[in-house]
Design a protein around this ligand. Sequence first.
Ligand code: FMN
Length: 148
Amino acid sequence: MKYFVYFSASGNGDFIAKEMAEKGYQPLKVEMVKPFGKVGFFKILKYGFQATRKKKAKIKELNIELKEDDIVVIGSPIWNDRLSTPINAVLDQFAFNKETTGFILYPAGEGTKKSFKQIEKLGYQKQPVILAHPLKKPERVKELLSTF
Ligand SMILES: Cc1cc2nc3c(=O)[nH]c(=O)nc-3n(C[C@H](O)[C@H](O)[C@H](O)COP(=O)(O)O)c2cc1C
């Protein structure tokens, strides 16, 4: 099986999930116990700060039983230059294969440096793919996902 395990607060990750589904990846959306709700200034401050502190959000149980030959791609928005807190929780809960697991990161801008460091520090070996603001640049999504 191929899985796309991702979080999305405002639709960009969902858009990528649709593309990944066409490539045979089963989308598994991570849900927060306390939903993110509408994105606003104070939420960006609050959750951004939590991401800076590498917090793990409380998430609903994910229905996934991994087999050794399963392929997993993780999708995360960028929060304060880092991975989103629901994805921190997923990475903590599951023993994904460090060699084969890929990452798709979707920032609004270009800053993703600290997230790269986080992924590297956790031992993942594949270079993440960056898709800046997929909903605004849908034509680039297909092109950048061609390696999956
Ligand atoms: C709490 C928070 C912090 C964010 N911090 C950054 C950031 O540091 N750099 C950036 O490029 N985008 C940042 N963004 C924007 C999101 O990464 C971007 O809009 C992303 O594509 C959203 O994906 P989604 O719609 O699937 O949730 C932030 C968004 C939120 C909600």
